[in-house]
Write a protein that binds this ligand. Structure first.
Ligand SMILES: *Cc1c(COP(=O)(O)O)cnc(C)c1O
Length: 323
């Protein structure tokens, strides 16, 4: 049996990120609600992808890579943070972005421009088309003596998920030091890697705590996250059974990925007005909207809840929050 600490990892984030109680929100909802501030991971505008990239870019470096390809939507936080982390490591980032959503130079596209990466739009609805293009461009670079490394959308591989096993080890350690034990942990599910890591990290470091992941896209995340968890367990040479009640996935897609609804605006405002913390329109605002809706319906009977803030600030300056 291994642990994630047996795998190569480049420290990129400024960790530990804070874990603290949300006093006003707790009072308003009659629950004990804490937040893990992975919007403050210390690269770019912060966000969850930094922790995944610590493992992914260590693997890239181990393979001698000098060019890193990745993909996402036009406003991808993951792509922007890949470019930012590559800059720190002296690697070149090539972002093949889906020409969908907000493609003007707003939000993360401003940051991509400032970071100086090679950001290209690909006019397709399918990531398979983009992966094919990635490998075509990578092969051309290889012929010129470069070594490309390919990161799939969201960095959601088993190795990427290790970043969130690490995050939860950190978070539950902080909770123990603060004298709180969480009944529920709530996170966002966009491509699945974070959720898989949060679920396994919870199983390893806070058994009995349940995880609710709010899906903001309509992919089959039960299967995707289970496969990622199984692959991560295999890398760790562990045989843990995954308890049936460890992970619940709730879909809150609304009009579509990257399109916020009025209830999402309300949720972003609630967090801003009660706690002075900005959620984002694409991920965390939707997760929090779903959480608030479930609380209203009497869910989360457990008293102690941890909300994972996974970042996304760039989206606030690109994606509309409808009034
Ligand atoms: C990518 C992202 C997520 C979702 O993480 P996945 O590992 O892709 O499921 C959540 N929040 C923010 C802000 C993100 O950028």
């Amino acid at each position: 049996m291994k642990t994630i600490h047996d795998f190569p990892r480049i420290p990129l984030g400024l960790t530990p990120t804070p874990l603290h109680r949300l006093d006003n929100l707790s009072r308003a909802l009659g629950k004990n609600i804490w937040i893990k501030r992975d919007d403050m991971t210390g690269v770019g505008l912060g966000g969850n992808k930094v922790r995944k990239l610590e493992f992914l870019l260590a693997d890239a470096r181990r393979q001698g890579a000098d060019v890193v390809f990745t993909t996402g939507g036009a406003q991808s936080n993951h792509a922007m943070l890949t470019a930012a982390c590559c800059n720190k490591l002296g690697m070149k980032a090539v972002l093949l972005l889906k020409a969908r959503g907000v493609t003007e130079r707003k939000g993360n596209l401003i940051l991509d421009h400032l970071l100086g990466c090679d950001a290209q739009f690909i006019d397709t609805d399918s990531y398979d088309d983009i992966y094919a293009e990635m490998h075509r461009q990578g092969a051309r670079l290889e012929a010129r003596g470069h070594r490309p490394y390919y990161i799939p959308v969201g960095g959601s591989t088993a190795l990427g998920a290790f970043g969130y096993i690490a995050a939860m080890e950190e978070a539950y350690g902080q909770a123990e030091a603060a004298g709180v034990r969480f009944d529920h942990t709530v996170c966002v599910c966009g491509s699945g890697g974070t959720t898989a890591g949060v679920a396994l990290g919870t199983l390893f470091h806070s058994p009995g705590t349940r995880v609710t992941a709010v899906a903001v896209d309509s992919d089959p995340f039960e299967e995707i996250t289970r496969r990622l968890m199984e692959e991560a367990l295999a890398l760790l040479e562990r045989q843990d059974a995954i308890p049936e009640d460890l992970l619940t996935i709730r879909y809150h897609v609304g009009a579509g990925y990257g399109i916020a609804g009025r209830e999402d605006t309300e949720a972003v405002k609630t967090m801003a007005r009660l706690e002075g913390i900005f959620l984002d329109p694409v991920y965390t605002g939707k997760a929090f909207a779903c959480f608030l809706e479930e609380v209203r319906q009497g869910a989360f009977p457990g008293e102690n809840i941890l909300f994972l803030h996974s970042g996304g600030a760039g989206g606030l300056f690109a994606v509309e929050l409808p009034e």
